[in-house]
Design a protein around this ligand. Structure first.
Ligand code: GLN
Ligand code: ZN
Length: 792
């Protein structure tokens, strides 16, 4: 098939959700894992989903013939896809890649591990809640064009077997430079080796793929290079720039493009995208850098980033894909304003301008129309993936044919923007007055020494106090009970009774185990953020608003649309009930303001710091109510504190300033004798270590078992000198830690910090664990504590 389409469609998106409107892919993949289906069945389901998705996007207005529809499918993760494409399989999995290519089962094994072989590490994808698998690249890792799945997926849609509508897609892949910048050195790589050292091999493999795509008739390919928008990677911009120049001179200059007109094309036209931030100000000018290469199109994020207002040399030969529609949040765009932005781009002197999304739509749910329970007003302000496609198409028409051609759509969009600005609940004067009246004193508590003395007098805890992080196992029975209650089969009273029974048995278990500070166990919480969002004013929750978090795991982030306040206490009844059952202190359990924001879709009409203060004040009132109910210990979880850290170093101080302030606001209303705990879910503090001390909690629990307590000396070196609970039990696996093991970890921790500050607890909540291993593990934890106490 000859390549005929050299012009990129004027309307496109960078990627589309892969899980399916009803999470069809999740279910199909999990059925394979459970052994209920075969890989052939999964391949068939996936192929049907890809075909239906591509045709759906054409129905929504994307062009079927000009590479407007991205080929952005993945069975698990796009970075793992690149590992499979390259056959870059770590040594421990090498047997799974017989002739270089992984089978589908082998692919999942890299993601999930097997027997004694740990999976690839998983980490956050830029500033999103999506998580990718970290490739492991060493000097000897095989790298080649090992797998032509991308080509097959292109052909299957370009020549559909059912003879129906064909769709010429634009295969979308992680770009070679970003792939290597996100990789970590494989075990045993020599000192000084960086995965980027393998750039030439990766580029050779991508060149092979590009040639195969051209041969299959693909007019365009998309290579995502978001590494260009961040300066948090360990490679200086000069080296990144050099890698980009080398990679794209090999791919774009050395291979002849479709439009060359002198015989067969060796490659499709290339679109390089730089989502999630500003391409220009990282540490150098990424836009000028890309404009200087021979790629045909550049995708810029015009939601998080901007472009210069004058000409950019080189751009006159390229298409600028203007990412004016937000791929990372769910608000309907102000089309009028976006059209003005698009028209203003003329000054850049690009050869052509296409309308696009700022990022892949992977981060938003499928369809607002699919939300029967959302308030119609709120619904009219939202755009999920399908609505965003329509917005892109509308803007492209407006750009090409003038405003008049899309006047009705512009008017509708403006009306929605106006209705949102004026709607009750969006701006609540009492909430605004309260945050406006805040002073620095509202974030201050008495000096720690004074607090510590008052708390010890009240709580009378032994040295090395033992506690847990909050949740106890969420058993199948608890989930069933909640599901029946949600369906209306169980009355409120019956549900409350069932949860109280669960709390009573959790409290009894903790007393029997001999723990010192008890929890109620969180059986009533579906999710640590949604539970609060459902009760606070200013939030809405969805029915089908799932987005992929990693692999087959999906989350349903609440929508924070208005000013936040607390109409009634959130947790007091459950906590007070638990406290009524025991003489031991019971710790109240709240989710912190930063984590609530990080795991929700946040509003775009108020600075995040202001929204955080509103949430903080709602929590502050909850702390006061817990105190009034006699609760002497309150934990405010901030597992996501590090997650919202901006992709630019220059923005860190501002972020840490408001995030730390909002945490302190939420807790500083507590009396001197109330012990404030916080919990953080990671062990590498890096950029936030100073902020941990700034939170001013009386006790901080952190993940530490796997890293063998290394965080304890790090925190001590950073000047942290309040209570610290480094996790001694890795709750991420069913494995039971032995008494010796816990004893050893505690002894280790006690070496680098005053043992009087040391607490004993698991790494995180126990909700994903079963009771059998939980009981045994906690028993060992208490026994180890007793033996270490005896040595103090
Ligand atoms: N209190 C929560 C729990 O125990 C904390 C969860 C978390 O840190 N992710 O489940
Ligand atoms: Zn945690």
């Amino acid at each position: 098939m000859a390549v005929t389409h050299s012009h990129l469609s004027p309307a496109t998106i960078l990627g589309y959700p892969r899980i399916g409107r009803r999470r069809e892919l999740k279910r199909a993949v999990e059925a394979l894992w459970a052994g209920r289906t075969t890989t052939d069945e999964l391949e068939n389901t996936a192929a049907e989903l890809r075909l239906a998705t591509a045709r759906h996007l054409v129905d929504l207005g994307l062009d079927a013939g000009s590479a407007a529809v991205p080929g952005s499918f993945s069975f698990y993760d796009q970075v793992l896809d690149a590992v499979a494409l390259l056959g870059a399989v770590p040594e421990r999995f090498r047997d799974l890649a017989g002739d270089g290519a992984l089978s589908l089962e082998g692919y999942f094994t890299l993601a999930r591990g097997e027997g004694g072989r740990p999976p690839l590490e998983m980490t956050k994808w830029f500033d999103t809640n999506y998580h990718y698998l970290v490739p492991e690249i060493g000097p000897a890792t095989p790298i080649g064009f090992a797998d032509d799945r991308v080509v097959r997926e292109f052909s299957e849609l370009a020549h559909p077997a059912d003879g129906g509508q064909a769709v010429v897609t634009r295969p979308a892949l992680v770009g070679p430079v970003t792939f290597l910048l996100l990789s970590k050195p494989a075990d045993g790589a020599p000192d000084g080796f960086h995965p980027l050292d393998r750039l030439d091999d990766v580029v050779t493999a991508y060149a092979g793929l590009l040639q195969a795509l051209a041969a299959a008739g693909a007019p365009w390919v998309q290579l995502d290079e978001p590494a260009l928008v961040t300066d948090l990677l360990d490679v200086p911009f000069d080296e990144v720039a050099d890698a980009v120049r080398r990679a794209y001179s090999r791919l774009a200059t050395d291979l002849s493009p479709a439009s060359a007109g002198d015989g067969a094309a060796e490659r499709p036209a290339i679109l390089v995208t730089a989502p999630y931030g500003d391409l220009r100000s990282a540490a150098g000018d990424g836009l000028a850098l890309l404009a200087g290469t021979d790629v045909e199109a550049i995708g810029v994020d015009l939601v998080k980033g901007a472009v210069p207002d004058g000409p950019v040399p080189g751009l006159e030969r390229k298409t600028l894909v203007a990412g004016v529609i937000d791929g990372h949040n769910i608000w309907r765009a102000d089309l009028d304003a976006r059209l003005a932005t698009l028209q203003g781009l003329a000054a850049l002197g690009a050869g052509a301008v296409a309308v696009g999304t700022s990022t892949s739509l992977l981060h938003v749910p499928h369809d607002v129309a699919d939300e029967p329970r959302l308030d119609p007003g709120l619904k009219s302000w939202l755009a999920f993936a399908d609505q965003k496609v329509t917005e892109v198409v509308t803007l492209a028409t407006g750009l090409a044919e003038g405003r008049a051609a899309v006047a009705a759509a512009l008017a509708e969009s403006s009306a929605a923007v106006r209705s949102r600005a004026q709607a009750p609940g969006v701006v609540v004067p009492e909430v605004r007055d309260r945050t406006a009246a805040l002073t620095p004193a509202d974030a201050e508590r008495a000096p720690y020494a004074e607090r510590a003395a008052a708390q010890q007098a009240r709580l009378d805890l032994p040295p090395l106090p033992t506690t847990t992080i909050g949740s106890f196992p969420q058993t199948a029975e608890i989930r069933r009970t909640r599901a029946s209650w949600v369906r209306g089969e169980l009355s409120d009273a019956e549900y409350t009774a069932a949860m109280r029974a669960e709390i009573a048995s959790t409290v009894a278990l903790q007393e029997e185990l001999g723990l010192d500070v008890l929890v109620h166990g969180e059986p009533e919480r579906n999710d640590m953020v949604q539970y609060f969002a459902e009760q606070l004013d200013g939030f809405a929750t969805t029915v089908h608003g799932w987005v992929q978090s990693y692999g087959s795991r999906c989350v349903r982030p609440p929508i924070l649309w208005g000013d936040v306040s607390r109409p009634a206490p959130l947790t007091v009844d459950w906590t007070a009930y638990a406290a009524s059952l025991t003489n031991k202190p019971v710790k109240g359990m709240l989710t912190g303001p930063v984590t609530i924001l990080a795991w929700s879709f946040v509003r775009d009409d108020l600075p995040l710091g202001d929204t955080a203060d509103q949430v903080a004040l709602a929590l502050r009132d909850e702390v006061t109510d817990l105190e009034e109910a006699g609760i002497g210990v309150v934990q405010v979880d901030e597992p996501a504190l590090r997650e919202l850290l901006p992709l630019r170093r220059s923005a860190h101080a501002g972020y840490l300033d408001w995030s730390v302030r909002s945490f302190r606001l939420s807790t500083a209303g507590a009396g001197t004798a109330t012990q404030v705990h916080t919990h953080l879910c990671y062990s590498e503090f890096g950029q936030v270590i100073g902020a941990i001390d700034g939170l001013d909690a009386d006790v901080t629990s952190v993940e530490a078992a796997r890293s063998r307590m290394e965080i304890v000396p790090e925190l001590a070196d950073a000047g942290y000198a309040r209570g610290i609970g480094p996790g001694v039990y890795d709750i991420h696996s069913p494995r039971v830690p032995s008494v010796d093991e816990v004893t050893e970890l505690l002894t280790l921790a006690a070496k680098s910090i005053d043992p009087r500050l040391l607490w004993v607890n698991p790494d995180c909540g126990l909700k994903t664990r079963a009771y059998a291993e939980t009981k045994e593990s906690l028993r060992n934890l208490v026994a180890a504590t007793q033996s270490v106490r005896a040595t103090l």
